[in-house]
Design a protein around this ligand. Structure first.
Ligand SMILES: Nc1ncnc2c1ncn2[C@@H]1O[C@H](COP(=O)(O)OP(=O)(O)OP(=O)(O)O)[C@@H](O)[C@H]1O
Length: 276
């Protein structure tokens, strides 16, 4: 049977019974998840919760041995190439080349996505402009600040006009001003295009401010799902998303903290401050 074509009702992402282990480590443990079209959805959880593994399975970069994933109605296992064409992905690891200029980096992605030569330059210019990078586009990326690098990586992911933008910890290691700059661009793109955005983060406050719905993930499972307002409201007046997380995981935030699970992951993105 062919996959149903995407209609407005078709979720942007649908995961059913997803499992993935690495040796003895169960990274994803029976995950059900639905991301609606056009929303900014946050997959939240401490380090090691299984967020990146989930994202890598959705993006087709990692096989999903157990369970099923659909992206805009297409089965990821059977329609890998079609799914890849629908997705723009900014991984946690650095995806820009510091020796190339911003424009050259984005052009490289435009060529990888096989954008028609006739419109390629205009499209590269447009995404650089959308990410507020036009003025620095001809400087090597290694001279960029961390926030500029992140916006460059967003431009790379957006150059193919994806229907689903997936961002793995997009603001980790950035200062508050740079973080706001990145979110400002994500929000603007979403408002302009209606694109679905799936973002992983361990920053509960950012998710609270920018995500319409969130799922709280802990030890490979979704522990709670809903709008930040619904989830907080269910706990009580004045509750934060941190409180919600603690409520559903038995104080896991504190426990993970003590074990370094919620450690500051700035180190992971240290390279993003200066590339190259
Ligand atoms: N390639 C791998 N080989 C072995 N274990 C892995 C591998 N990838 C992930 N894991 C383990 O699977 C679990 C989930 O990791 P994952 O990276 O998905 O979590 P995460 O929530 O994205 O955390 P982080 O923000 O630190 O990336 C962790 O225990 C991790 O050590």
């Amino acid at each position: 049977m062919t996959s149903p074509l995407a209609s407005d009702e078709t979720p942007a992402v649908r995961c059913v019974g997803l499992r993935r282990r690495f040796g003895d480590t169960v990274a994803v443990d029976g995950l059900d998840l639905e991301v609606r079209r056009g929303e900014v959805f946050g997959l939240l959880g401490p380090n090691g919760a299984g967020k990146t593994t989930t994202i890598r399975m959705i993006t087709t970069l990692l096989p999903a041995p157990v369970g099923a994933i659909q992206v805009l109605g297409r089965d990821v296992a059977r329609h890998r190439t079609a799914v890849r064409r629908l997705i723009g992905y900014v991984p946690q690891q650095l995806s820009a080349d510091g020796t190339l200029t911003g424009r050259e980096n984005v052009t490289l992605f435009a060529r990888l996505y096989d954008l028609p030569r006739a419109t390629r330059t205009a499209q590269v210019n447009a995404v650089l402009e959308e990410m507020n990078l036009s003025e620095v586009a001809d400087r090597p990326a290694k001279t960029y600040s961390g926030g500029m690098v992140r916006r460059l990586e967003l431009a790379q992911a957006l150059v193919s006009s994806p229907q689903l933008l997936i961002l793995d910890e997009p603001t980790v290691g950035l200062d508050p001003v740079a973080r706001d700059g990145v979110w400002d661009r994500i929000d603007a793109i979403r408002a302009a295009t209606g694109m679905t955005v799936l973002v992983t983060t361990h920053a509960m406050q950012e998710a609270d401010e920018h995500c319409e719905r969130v799922a709280l993930m802990h030890r490979g499972r979704i522990r709670a799902e809903g709008s930040p307002g619904e989830l907080k409201g269910a706990i009580g007046p004045g509750a934060t998303l941190d409180d919600v997380f603690r409520h559903h995981t038995g104080n896991a935030l504190t426990g993970e903290n003590e074990n370094g699970g919620m450690r500051d992951v700035a180190a992971a993105r240290r390279t993003a401050r200066r590339v190259g």
